[in-house]
Design a protein around this ligand. Structure first.
Ligand code: AMP
Length: 417
């Protein structure tokens, strides 16, 4: 038997209803905040990700699904959505009439990470981006949106962590101080960090290897080297969050694994998922639109890990019932032919319906209706056909009532719609 690819997964009926509900909550909330949906391809030219996410990041160095197509062009299955949305923003000149745009997308991403609980090679993200606003209000707004979504989904035990990564003004001095520090603790760093420490020292702060975490515990803090503008920006974000009563922590070691971030970086973490604690992450990327060939437009965004969110939500909420409204139990060929027409008419009228297409006893049909969790069963056999009156049974209350043979669809639509 051919199994699915390691690190990939099926989302089965029963689970899907929960995903749909989460998706509706997220999309509804984002639309209330003025976001429009954008749909981007799942494949892009490799250089888009290499240039935006950064050559020295885990994603670009070792996690991308990249291949040469038949003409030898390097293509990559998207590991995240921001780069593609920025590409689309530039390519279609979405800034032309008004640079301010709020865009969101929901879909699969691909990273060849080591699979484990909460970490997949195809996973889903809900991604939102705001272009054209440099002010800290929108940084706070995005975090309020994330906190609100968790709240509406019944997810508690969430902490927002916030940091500032500085800007091209203040980051170079910090980089220098950090590099000097990393030279001193070089003996304790892992191979990746040793290699990266010159080209991208900030990434060392983000390394998950325990030895590295210990080694950087005493590293200089970015928070201490922010320029006045970055400091003011960060303080305002914190004040706005506190003013709305959002629980958050300033975390100086939060750097996030992508290169394009400037100023505000944030993550929503939970204790509910063991090692994979980040449910969502995001940050400001004021230089990316320009770096990818567009105008100087500031931007900020977040990505929610849909799979992880769904895993938490599944613990606190039962998926909504997915059973049919009506199950038609028919006995005999003539009854079955009629049942088939009613089944089609009911479904077309928006009443979920199911029936037994083969020849089965009433007992076995009632069993099946039970298993499907049908709300009502319509029973039709020879005697019902003769009397012209069918039985409709409420499966929860066990009450029965009669339905006229020649008005089945109308009666059921009136009663159940
Ligand atoms: P990132 O794009 O790395 O900032 O990730 C944003 C969110 O996506 C994370 O907080 C996770 O919840 C989720 N995520 C990232 N990688 C994976 C993965 N391999 N499997 C499942 N979820 C992931």
């Amino acid at each position: 038997m051919i199994q699915l690819i390691r690190g990939f997964k099926d989302i089965l009926p029963g689970e899907v209803e929960l995903w749909q509900w989460i998706e509706q909550c997220a999309a509804g909330l984002l639309e209330d905040f003025g976001f429009s949906q954008i749909r981007i391809p799942i494949m892009e030219k490799t250089e888009l990700f290499a240039r935006s996410i950064g050559e020295d990041t885990d994603i670009v160095e070792k996690e991308m699904y990249t291949f040469a197509d038949r003409k030898g062009q390097l293509l990559t299955l998207r590991p995240e959505a921001t780069a593609s949305i920025v590409r689309a923003y530039i390519q279609h000149k979405l800034y032309a009439t008004d640079p301010v745009r709020r865009l969101y997308t929901i879909g699969p991403m691909f990273r060849r990470e080591r699979p484990q609980k909460g970490r997949y090679r195809q996973f889903y993200q809900i991604d939102a981006e705001i272009f054209g606003v440099a002010e800290p209000y929108v940084d706070a707004e995005l975090i309020v949106i994330l906190a609100t979504l968790c709240d509406r989904l019944g997810v508690s035990d969430i902490t927002a962590k916030v940091n500032s990564l500085g800007c091209p003004e203040c980051r170079p001095a910090f980089r220098q101080a950090l590099t000097a520090f990393l030279d001193r603790v070089a003996g304790d760093l892992c191979g990746d960090c040793l290699r990266r420490r010159r080209r991208n020292p900030l990434r060392v702060l983000d390394c998950k290897v325990p030895g590295c975490r210990q080694a950087v515990a005493g590293a200089p803090s970015l928070a201490d080297s922010l320029c006045d503008d970055c400091r003011r920006h960060f303080d305002t974000v914190c004040d706005l969050l506190a003013g709305r009563g959002i629980a958050f922590q300033a975390d100086k070691n939060l750097v996030r694994g992508l290169d394009y971030y400037t100023r505000t970086a944030f993550e929503l973490q939970t204790g509910a998922l063991g090692a994979q604690s980040a449910v969502a992450g995001g940050g400001r990327y004021d230089g990316l639109v320009k770096a990818l060939g567009g105008p100087q437009v500031p931007a900020i965004g977040f990505a929610i890990g849909f799979d992880r969110l769904a895993e938490i939500v599944a613990r606190v909420r039962k998926p909504p019932l997915a059973g049919p409204k009506v199950f038609i139990a028919a006995l005999g060929t003539r009854a079955r032919d009629l049942a088939f027409q009613w089944h089609l008419d009911l479904a077309l009228a928006g009443i979920t319906s199911a029936m037994e297409h083969g020849q089965k006893s009433l007992k076995s049909q009632m069993k099946r209706a039970d298993r499907l969790d049908a709300a009502f069963v319509l029973i039709v056999g020879d005697s019902e056909l003769e009397s012209g009156r069918l039985i409709l049974r409420n499966m929860e209350t066990k009450e029965q009532e009669e339905i006229e043979l020649d008005r089945v669809t109308q009666s059921l639509v009136r009663k159940l719609k």
